[in-house]
Design a protein around this ligand. Sequence first.
Ligand code: SAH
Length: 348
Amino acid sequence: MARLPLGQSMARLIAMHGPISLLMWMGEANAHYYGTRDPLGAKGDFTTAPEISQMFGEMIGVWLADVWQRAGGRPDVAYVELGPGRGTLAADALRVLRRFGWAGPVHFVETSPTMRAAQARAVPEAIWHDDLTGVPEDAPLMIVANEFLDALPVRQMVKTPQGWRERMVGMQEERFVPMAGSLPMDLAVPEMFRDAPENTIVEASAAASAVMGEIGHRLATQGGAGLIVDYGYLDKQTGSSLQALRGHAAADPFADPGEVDLTTLVDFHEAAQAARAAGAQVAGPVGQGAFLGALGIAQRAASLARSAPERTNEIAQALDRLVGEARMGTLFKVMGLAGRDWPMGAGF
Ligand code: SAH
C-alpha cells in the first residue's frame, strides 16, 4: 500500500480527530525528516560543528581521553554517542582516543536508517541502538551528544483569556496553523509562570529531560563522563523557540511537516537538574568558544596550518565559526557530566 506523504496524513488526522498537539507534530515531523534524508552540510539544510572542521571532534576526543586517563584508563570504557549525524564527530574523537591507548567499544543511539548508513561508512565498528536502554550496563560510559536534544519534541502551553491551554496544530483554509487547545492545562505550567500575561508561551521538553535523567543515572551507577553540546539558554524563559530550517534559511515550522528541520533551544537549567537528580555531577554549561579555547583549539589550528600551509585561510575561518562570539562561540553551550568517582573533565 502506498504511503501518504506526511502532510496529507497530518491533514487527514486533524480533519477526523481535531487539532493535534505540537509535541506530536514535532515528533512525527522530525522522525520523517531524519528518516528520509541526510540534512547536513552545504547542500543540505544546516551545518553542524563537526562538519565545519575535524578540530571540533578532536577537542571532544582530547577531553574524553584526559578524563579517561585520570579515571584510571580502564580498557572496557565504552564510547556512546546520541544522534551521531554522519559519524564525523565520532570518527575524529575516536582517532584521538585511540592515540591515547583507549580501545573500547563504540555505541551509537540513532533512529534514522539513512543516518545509520552514513554513520556506518565513518565508523563501521559501531553498534547501533534505538535509545539508551540497549547500551550495556556493565562498564563506564563516555557519552557525547552534539545538537541532539534540540531535535527532540517539545510541548508548549499558551495563556489564553480562559487560562493555560496546550498549543496544538489545526487547519484553517487548507493550511496548518498553531492554535490553543480546549482542555485546561493550568496545572501543567510551572508555578513561576502561571500569572503571565495573555499569549505567553511556555515550552517544555519531557523527552530531553528523560534522556538527561537516563544519562545521569547511567553515569551515576556505571561511572563515566559526558559532554552535551547544543544551542540553548541557562535561565528559565518564556516564548516559543521553535524554528524551522530549510536550505540554511528560516522556514515556516507549520508549512511542510517532515520536509524542514524543526528544533527548539535547549533548556540547560532543566537538563542539568535532570542529570543531577539522577546522581551525576554537572559542570557548566560554558560557551562553546570558551570550552574549545580552554582545550587548545587555537594551538591545534596552528599545527594543522603548519602541516598544510595552503589551507591556512580555510582553517582560520573554521576556527572563527566554531569559537567566534557572533558565530557558534556563545549561543552554543557545553555541559560536562561525570559519574560517581569520576573526575570532571577540563574546560569548565
Ligand atoms: N550530532 C550530529 C547530528 C545532529 S542532527 C552532528 O553534530 O553533526 C540530529 C541527529 O539526531 C541526527 O543524527 C538524527 O537522525 C538524530 N535523531 C533525531 N531524533 C532522534 C531520536 N529521537 N532518537 C535518536 N536519534 C535521533
